[in-house]
Ligand binder design. Sequence first.
Ligand code: GDP
Length: 442
Amino acid sequence: MFDSLKERFENIFAGLRGKGKLSEEDINLALREVRRALLEADVNYKVVKDVVEAIRARATGQQVLESITPSQLIFTIVYEELIKIMGEAPAPLVISPKPPTVYMMVGLQGSGKTTTTVKIARRMSKGHKPLVVACDLRRPAAVDQLRVLAEKANIPFFGPEAGETDPVAVARRSRAYAESHLCDMILLDTAGRLQMDDELMRELESMKEATAPTEILLVVDSMTGQEAVNVAGTFHERLGLTGVVLTKLDGDARGGPSLAVRASTGVPIKLAGCGEKTEDLEVFDARRMAQRIIGMGDMEGLLEKVQSATSDADIERMTESLKKNRFTLEDMLMQLQQIKKLGPLEKVLEMLPIPGASKALKNADIDPKRMKQTEAIILSMTLKERRNPEIIKGSRRKRIAQGSGTSVQMVNQVLAQYEQMKGMMKTFGKMSGGKGGFKMPP
Ligand code: GDP
């Protein structure tokens, strides 16, 4: 079961605390458990592969600290990688600058499309006047269901006339109705099927053409697991989705599909359905979802703890390196990563307590894209190479260039930059000398 991932981690890392770096073997064991846990949470295997590789790259060579356990460290790396995949910032629903704003709701039968249509209308009725439109004419019950839900929530409703069979015509006519009733939003509840078929897709394509929707939102049942990826893929290919709503998150689904849907289509998950009532709709929160997938609460607290412990340890280690006049490529990598965390570079440079440092570093290359490449280059080196840069000769440079997707010329530049910084650090080290040593700005 999932809850035991924590226990499994504790076993793997038993006895490893405050002792050097995470070994490759420990990491492999931990990643095996991560892989299993993600697959159990219904994350698509291709996505699992990518996540695991990203975690490996970040965990390799990490220092094991006194104040946090290795499993805590790995947990936070997993957590951050999951958030990255699902998209850190919330993706708000788009409002058309020229009314009416039209949302076309699509999805398989039973996914929660009709309920979600009313949920969204209800949410938008603060500030807008939405009209819900029944365009699922195959199931007479679907029209009634929407009408009843809309009435209960006090939302204007528009539906087909008796015997009407063309959903596109209903959608078209809803526009005039919206205008005459001063509705600035139209939500089209389209037909669903138990499975995707070409006829349904053609119907939806015609509706898209006729209504030029502002958003096409796919409603996905979070309990559908792996199938969600295929469904999202097909709908996206045919219609060009602008967002996904994940429903039934109040159940015990692990939420894996959210990762897979986002990773495979790139379409943002905008909202989450969390109950049968029409008020049960939330903005999708990648952080909460990542906690759910890992099966552990309060990852935020843990993350904070790990970040502050790591950054203290980094500074301590750097001070040590400087005192010993040993500045390696590992230190350079750490510096790059610190700088990324600190924010605007100019500010950081100004804070450096060493005369001339700001100017010297400003001359170094601090273009963010360049920094990323430099980081990729150092990450493509083995630990031995990072600690002993002098062994990086021709064939190693070529391998590193290939591994980092850069060129030998760029690897050469990074090594030259390293030499330059090493010279500079020597001077800083001498200047700070003594007891306190060099301190990075807070
Ligand atoms: P449609 O066929 O896609 O239009 O799906 P419906 O809107 O009819 O929903 C199918 C079933 O799922 C209904 O019983 C809804 O009450 C239920 N449902 C929809 N969204 C949620 C949700 O977020 N949580 C729960 N628990 N049930 C939901």
